[in-house]
Design a protein around this ligand. Structure first.
Ligand code: KG4
Ligand code: ZN
Length: 347
């Protein structure tokens, strides 16, 4: 079964082609929108318009690259939610139109479900059940992935997602948008112990996170040292910024790793998967790798292209759902059904 996956939940237009028979990804292609940087955040209306412009050329590009024709495709998977309603509508309409036009089944996928199953695109696949740390711009959660269609959220963020906290902190430090990756690069030049930020909620007996206070902590720190910064050299000012980035990254990653350790001990799971854009963070990867070794747990980091939003994970999740229970998951009508606030435990 050849499944075409379509992802348009936010500012990435992603298309993937998954070959279920061979159990491998054929190829995928992605366009990351560039129009939002000037606004310091994703502008929903601009996102929808860009998806409309790009979705069809991207599909053509993928088919040309792989040598497949549309008539070779057996099923279409698309992201139903959560995400921006206009952006989701573009992908869902495109997918359902193809499904009707080609006379092939359509299946909707929860965006989070796509992220959780993304490691299955790798050669070394984790085994069910596994623990997943989902850390993206919109979501932060620790999830027990029992099998396809059986996910249990152990904890999630009560306010900002980890990526959102990185982005907001980067913005207030003047590092641009989206600044998570830039902040991480600046942190490499930072020195330990000059600043001490809190590790939010680590003493709570649960797996929840709260990152919005950390961003305020950075703001207060900057305000406190502002008068000193006026009299120091550019190099000293830069070093201060690097030191703040360092401690911020330490605080976020320590917190994530602490809760993962607790969840691994409680659940006794032997596979830990990291997914979502912040999964690209080197400091987080190193700490989780060390955690895996100390707990005798196998860690699995999907390639960066599968960590961030992409169509490949949607194609795979669509295939897996149809294979798991075709009658339950195949769409029964032509309705364009999206849900910007889709709850993923009840897909
Ligand atoms: O999963 P993703 O591509 O999109 C969402 O579904 O949100 O994640 C994007 C997030 C952004 O917040 C971005 O700043 C963050 O991932 N990010 C990073 C790094 N690379 C991307 N955060 C920290 N360190 C990085 N190296
Ligand atoms: Zn995502």
């Amino acid at each position: 079964m050849l499944v075409l996956g379509i992802e348009t939940s936010c500012d990435d237009t992603g298309i993937g082609l998954y070959d279920g028979q061979k159990g491998e990804l054929v190829a995928h292609t992605i366009y990351t929108q560039k129009t939002h940087g000037a606004f310091g955040g994703v502008v929903p209306e601009l996102a929808s318009r860009d998806h409309i412009r790009k979705i069809s050329p991207l599909l053509d590009e993928l088919l040309e690259k792989t040598g497949y024709k549309l008539s070779d495709v057996d099923a279409i998977a698309y992201t139903k939610g959560p995400g921006l309603s206009g952006a989701l509508l573009v992908g869902a309409t495109f997918a359902k139109t193809l499904s009707v036009g080609l006379g092939i089944p359509a299946v909707s996928v929860n965006h989070i479900e796509g992220h959780l199953l993304a490691p299955m695109l790798e050669e070394q696949k984790p085994k069910f059940p596994y623990l997943a740390l989902l850390v993206s711009g919109g979501h932060t959660a620790i999830v027990k992935v029992n099998s396809i269609d059986d996910y249990k959220i152990l904890g999630e963020t009560l306010d900002d997602a980890a990526g959102e906290a990185f982005d907001k902190t980067a913005k207030l430090l003047g590092l641009g948008y989206p600044g998570g990756k830039i902040l991480a690069e600046q942190a490499l030049k930072g020195r330990p112990k000059r600043f001490v930020f809190p590790r939010p909620l680590i003493n709570r007996d649960n797996y929840d996170f709260s990152f919005s206070g950390l961003k305020t902590h950075v703001l207060n720190t900057v305000n406190k040292i502002k008068s000193k910064l006026n009299t120091c050299t550019i190099q000293e000012e830069l070093q201060t910024m690097h030191d703040i980035c360092y401690e911020f990254q330490e605080a976020v990653t320590d917190t994530l790793v602490h809760k993962c350790k607790k969840a691994l001990i409680t659940t006794d799971l032997k596979h830990l998967v990291v997914t979502g854009g912040v999964g690209a963070n080197l400091c987080l990867r190193q700490k989780l790798e060390a955690l895996g070794k100390s707990q005798n747990v196998k860690t699995c980091f999907p390639k960066l292209e599968f960590c961030t939003d992409n169509g490949a994970m949607i194609a795979y999740a669509g295939f897996a759902k149809l294979k798991h229970d075709f009658d339950k998951f195949v769409e029964k009508d032509f309705a364009i059904d999206i849900n910007p606030r889709l709850n993923f435990e009840k897909i």
